[in-house]
Design a protein around this ligand. Structure first.
Ligand SMILES: NC(=O)c1ccc[n+]([C@@H]2O[C@H](COP(=O)([O-])OP(=O)(O)OC[C@H]3O[C@@H](n4cnc5c(N)ncnc54)[C@H](OP(=O)(O)O)[C@@H]3O)[C@@H](O)[C@H]2O)c1
Length: 303
């Protein structure tokens, strides 16, 4: 099967190359050889390559910076995705779009306060950040333009990072950020500055790129019903729980302290609850999703 990947030099693209590259003919594209905001560039590559599938993983992913770079974020996530959907439709390719739990607001619609029930695909999206909004606009373009689509909403993604020319990690993820901060803070003499504060009132579920790529492989080989699916690790977690488990599994000493979102203000709002319900994907692909802690173990073992 010929598969064109957008955002191939990103975190997920890197894992797609490692895993799907062994079983499929991949056309790897990124900003430098196919800018998704340029529809003629997209048309030119797709018309030459004629892929059976397009995995659209390219995105503007700087959640906080997006609150300032609104137009750039919308150009990439919303209009770039419209371009991909338009060209996928023109050339009859199946389209898989990677979306996000940040399309939800995390609030309980009937009572005041945070939600506590995992989000199903039928729940109404109400993004509260520019990143979440533009990813949702991308979803809507796909639903309107390209009938042969899969929209896979994932959450808190971590996985092996691509390397730059000097062999260093390109980009980062929460696991790597926590391990770097723990190392830096352990050298702090000032006790106050040595503390690592992580929010404990945003609840979700981390996802390993390896598990996600296995799901993508199954979708490609089995073509289940088109539509929107949720995928992430099972079991709920706060960012603080996630950090604690990272330090436990790596045997890292850290002076970790839970704080509320109010005590740790960020430019972009995040949903206080965004755990995704995986019933639909489990039944469509006949899989049993594993816990995020097991996913983390595999990542830690391989790094
Ligand atoms: N990371 C998460 O926690 C998370 C959570 C939920 C969903 N997702 C979604 O999962 C997907 C993969 O995420 P990721 O972590 O792999 O992101 P990533 O590491 O930031 O990779 C995104 C890639 O897209 C490229 N890109 C940006 N603008 C482009 C353009 N105009 N044309 C072509 N390529 C462009 C980036 O290139 P440059 O680096 O050169 O800009 C980068 O290589 C994204 O769609 C994201 O929205 C991520």
């Amino acid at each position: 099967m010929k598969i064109l990947v957008t955002g191939a030099k990103g975190q997920l693209g890197n894992k797609i190359e490692q895993v799907l590259g062994k079983i499929h003919d991949l056309v790897l594209t990124d900003y430098d050889n196919m800018d998704i905001t340029d529809i003629e560039a997209v048309r030119q590559v797709v018309s030459t390559e004629k892929p059976h599938y397009i995995i659209h993983a390219a995105a503007y992913t700087k959640v906080d910076k997006a609150e300032e770079e609104i137009e750039l974020c919308r150009k990439i996530n919303s209009l770039g995705t419209k371009n991909i959907a338009t060209v996928a439709k023109e050339f009859g390719a199946h389209l898989i779009y990677i979306s996000t739990d940040f399309v939800f607001d995390g609030l309980n619609s009937t009572k005041n306060g945070p939600r506590n029930k995992p989000y199903k695909e039928t729940d109404i999206a109400k993004p509260i950040s520019i990143y979440g909004l533009t990813k949702y606009e991308g979803e809507e373009f796909i639903r309107k333009i390209c009938d042969k689509h899969y929209i896979i909403r994932v959450a808190w993604l971590f996985g092996e990072l691509p390397k730059d020319q000097t062999g260093l990690n390109k980009g980062t993820n929460f696991v790597e950020i926590m391990l770097r901060l723990a190392k830096e803070r352990s050298q702090e003499k000032d006790i106050e500055k040595a503390v690592l504060k992580v929010v404990d009132d945003q609840i979700g579920s981390p996802t390993y790129t390896g598990d996600l790529v296995n799901v993508l492989a199954k979708i490609i080989s089995e073509t289940p019903e088109y539509g929107t699916y949720h995928f992430s690790g099972t079991d709920e977690s706060s960012w603080h729980d996630f950090a604690k488990e990272i330090f436990k599994q790596t045997g890292t000493k850290a002076n970790l302290k839970p704080v509320s979102s109010k005590e740790y203000p960020q430019k972009a709002k995040r949903p206080s609850y965004s755990h995704l319900d995986k019933t639909k994907i489990e039944s469509a692909l006949k899989i049993k999703v594993r816990s995020w802690k097991k996913m983390l173990e595999e990542y830690i073992k391989g790094r």
